[in-house]
Each structure stands twice: as structure tokens, then as C-alpha cells.
Design a protein around this ligand. Structure first.
Ligand SMILES: *Cc1c(COP(=O)(O)O)cnc(C)c1O
Length: 440
């Protein structure tokens, strides 16, 4: 039995894993074409044809909308700004509540705060790590104006149930699809199941343009409000008719022509890259050695997962070993990834801390230092951000392991190395228990 690297043996692999880099000739040619045109953005912040941007922006929006069978696509410069625009378009404001997930990247919560609304955290379903419809139902009040649903790790949330609840209460549903491009729920792509769907084209996502994002919707009025909020609404509402001035303060969330052009080329690759992610993860899951306490988190049978990350459930009591030591042992066996030095191996524990435990919520300080929006006089609800409000989220944070050993840059031989590291750890669990005892 070979000795674990953590205990002084040789690691399974030291050669870096190949970089997740899918910028090729198509993107380069596109960028040259745009540079040669001299038009790097055609947006104009006044009421004019150019209010909606240039050729690449319009083509990017059309192609993304078509890919998701959506009527409208509104490009933005990040998923974060897309979420802000979506909350604004939904006319959320002071005194309103927005139901959010505590298990997400922070922007899917701060989008509510940006419009002085109060985030109310519902709990996740541990089977898919997305908002649990039952918990949403419990947390709806007469103040609930919107729900921001996150398709976490690429697993679609239970949208039929969530939409039924939302429709019954006339609540706007925003899907945060940053981690779920091309994921499907009962055969339908995410992003069009709620009222608005927001995608990311950030460098760290499935496909990217450096920074970028897009909001999809089938609702003409929401599409119009999104376009206004994206581009200095207040400067143009005089030049045209708008039926509501609510949240027409406006921002500059405009995407550039170069990013839009890159985003078009990346979209063409997105399905092939996702196929490879699925092939890789299938192989990983089929060959993962048996380790007591470790199990694969299987997707619900009615979804097509897009695997931004894959989750493993880890029961430290059954394994007889802490998650920390288990991961430490794997980390010692595995190298980092090219172009991501200092990021560590592509496996870690817990994902993010439940968002309500962040200082902003614990101290209730966001805008200025007077407690807005939490203590806003327009707000008539009662805030509770205590430990324990979302027990399933807290449990998942304490027990799951996530990994990205399905990235499309990886070949089967790379995944074999990862599996070898798991095998080595599986064969040395007793030695690790001793190590843990001696070091604690
Ligand atoms: C990455 C991410 C975002 C933010 O995307 P940006 O384009 O970087 O603003 C929002 N929500 C989730 C779930 C994410 O993973």
C-alpha cells in the first residue's frame, strides 16, 4: 500500500491539470473584426436607435434568447448587474421583502438590498441545494414582492412548485442561472421558467467573455424596463412614454461590442463543452471508489444538470474522519490547474457560508450606518438572521464536498489520476485517523 503524500509519500500527480481555456480562433477573429470596425460600443444613453446598442449586442441578445427559447434577451455587463436590473424591473422597493437562498454567491442576495428591500432567507432542499418550495411557502408574507431562485451548481430548482406558489401570490420570480447555462428542468431550459432568468459570462463560469451577462424574459414590459435600467433610464424617460417611473433611476450596465462578440462565439461552443462535462462526471461517478460516509449527490431524475460543480455528501461520523483531514489528504495528492495557480486543487468543502451569517446581516448595516434597509420605517416585518433559520443550508455547508473534476479541459486520463488519489485515501483511512488523533 503506497504511503499518502500527506504522511510523507509521493503524490499521485504533480503535473498541473490542463487549464479550462476555450478561447480559440473564432473569438480571436471576432475580436479583430470588431476592432477593425472601430465601433467598440454603440450604446447611447438618450432616446435614439442606439439606445439599444450596436450590431454585436443585438446579435448576441438574439442568439442567446433563441438558444433558450426566450422572447427577449437584454445583455448586461455581469450577472450581478443583471440581477440588480431584474429586481429593479420587478418594481421592488423599500418595505418589500425578497425571498432568497442563503446558499449562493452573494450577488443573488444583495440585488434585493440594492433596491432597499429586505432579503428573507428560505431554506434549501438538501437533495439539490436549491430553494425548497415548502420553505418558500412558509416565508411568504403580504410584503413578498419577488423570489430569487438559484440553480446551484447547475442543478435546476423545483420550478413548477415554485411558480405555482409565486403565481398564487402574484410574486415575480427571478432565476439566477449563473451556474446553470443549458441546464434543463423537465425538458425545458432554465432561464425562461420564471419571469426573468439571469446568466453570467464571467471568466470563472462555463463559458465567458471575461465579464458579461444577459437577462432573458418572455415579458415585453419587463424587457423594456430592463433596457431602461441598463442604460440611464431617467435620462430617456422624457423622450418616450413609460408607464411607471418606479426604479427608473437607471445605471450603466451596458456590455461592450467586443464582449458581446466573444459571447456569441462562446455560446456556439456551450453545448459541446457541456457534453464533455457530463461525460467526464459520468466517468468520475462510475469509478469513484467506495468510501464509508462518502456518497454522490445524484440529480433529480427530471433535470439535466449542467455541472458547474458536483457535490458529494460526506458523513464524518461514518467515515471516522473529519472532512478537513479527508480533504487535506486529497489535496496533498493532487496538483493545481494551469492558469489558476494559488487556487488549490479543484475540490473543497462546504461551498459558501450561509449568507445570513455575513456581517451585513448580523450587524444589519448596508446603506449608511443607520440600519437601512433592515430598519427602514417603511419596513413592517420582523427580521430574523439568527443561526438556525435555515438548518439544511447550515448542514450542507458543514458536510458537503464540491469538486470540478468534470471540467471539459480534462481528459479521462486526468480523471483517472483524481480517482487514483481517492483510491489511495480510501486505502489509508486508518492511517489518516491515527494522523488526526496525533495532530489534534
Ligand atoms: C458567479 C455568480 C454570480 C455573479 O456573476 P457575475 O457575472 O460575476 O456578476 C451570481 N450568482 C451566482 C449563483 C454565481 O455563481
Amino acid at each position: 500500500m503506497t504511503k499518502l503524500a500527506l504522511l510523507g509519500g509521493n503524490p499521485v500527480r504533480s503535473k498541473l491539470f490542463p487549464a479550462h481555456n476555450f478561447i480559440g480562433m473564432e473569438e480571436k477573429q471576432k475580436v479583430m473584426e470588431i476592432l477593425n470596425s472601430g465601433v467598440l460600443s454603440r450604446f447611447l444613453g438618450v432616446w435614439h436607435d442606439d439606445f439599444y446598442g450596436g450590431d454585436e449586442i443585438l446579435a448576441f441578445e438574439r442568439e442567446w434568447a433563441d438558444n433558450y427559447q426566450a422572447k427577449y434577451g437584454v445583455s448586461v455587463n455581469s450577472c450581478t448587474s443583471g440581477l440588480y436590473a431584474a429586481v429593479g424591473a420587478a418594481a421592488v422597493g423599500p418595505g418589500d421583502e425578497v425571498i432568497v437562498s442563503p446558499y449562493t454567491m452573494v450577488a443573488s442576495v444583495t440585488a434585493a438590498i440594492a433596491f432597499n428591500a429586505v432579503p428573507v432567507f428560505a431554506d434549501i432542499d438538501p437533495k439539490n441545494f436549491c430553494l425548497n418550495p415548502k420553505s418558500i411557502k412558509e416565508r411568504i408574507t403580504e410584503r413578498t414582492k419577488a423570489i430569487i431562485v438559484v440553480h446551484l451548481f447547475g442543478h435546476p430548482a423545483d420550478m413548477d412548485e415554485i411558480m405555482a406558489i409565486a403565481d398564487a401570490h402574484n410574486i415575480t420570480v427571478i432565476e439566477d442561472c449563473a451556474q446553470a447555462p443549458n441546464a434543463k428542468y423537465k425538458g425545458r431550459p432554465v432561464g425562461t421558467l420564471g419571469h426573468m432568468g439571469v446568466f453570467s459570462l464571467n471568466y470563472h463560469k462555463h463559458i465567458h467573455s471575461g465579464e458579461g451577462g444577459i437577462v432573458l424574459t418572455n415579458d415585453e414590459r419587463l424587457a423594456d424596463r430592463l433596457c431602461l435600467i441598463r442604460n440611464h433610464a431617467e435620462a430617456v424617460v422624457n423622450g418616450r412614454e413609460v408607464d411607471s417611473l418606479v426604479n427608473m433611476v437607471g445605471f450603466n450596465f451596458r456590455l461592450g461590442e467586443i464582449e458581446a462578440g466573444i459571447g456569441r462565439m462562446q455560446l456556439l461552443k456551450s453545448h459541446g463543452l457541456l457534453d464533455k462535462r457530463r461525460r467526464n462526471l459520468d466517468y468520475f461517478n462510475k469509478n469513484l471508489p467506495e468510501i464509508k460516509g462518502l456518497s454522490i449527490s445524484k440529480p433529480m431524475d427530471y433535470v439535466e444538470h449542467s455541472y458547474y460543480a458536483a457535490a458529494l455528501n460526506y458523513n464524518a461520523d461514518q467515515a471516522g474522519l473529519s472532512r478537513k483531514t479527508f480533504l487535506q489528504a486529497l489535496h496533498a495528492e493532487l496538483p493545481e490547474t494551469e492558469m489558476r495557480k494559488g487556487h488549490g486543487p479543484l475540490i473543497s468543502g462546504g461551498y459558501v457560508k450561509p449568507i445570513y451569517l455575513y456581517p451585513m446581516f448580523q450587524q444589519q448595516i448596508a446603506y449608511g450606518d443607520k440600519g437601512c434597509p433592515f430598519k427602514c420605517p417603511h419596513y413592517k416585518g420582523e427580521i430574523n438572521y439568527s443561526v438556525g433559520i435555515c438548518p439544511e443550508t447550515e448542514k450542507a455547508h458543514a458536510t458537503i464536498i464540491t469538486h470540478e473534476y468534470m471540467q471539459p479541459s480534462l481528459e479521462i486520463s486526468d480523471i483517472d489520476d483524481v480517482l487514483m488519489a481517492f483510491k489511495k485515501v480510501a486505502n489509508n483511512m486508518e492511517a489518516l485517523r491515527q494522523f488526526e488523533k496525533n495532530t489534534s
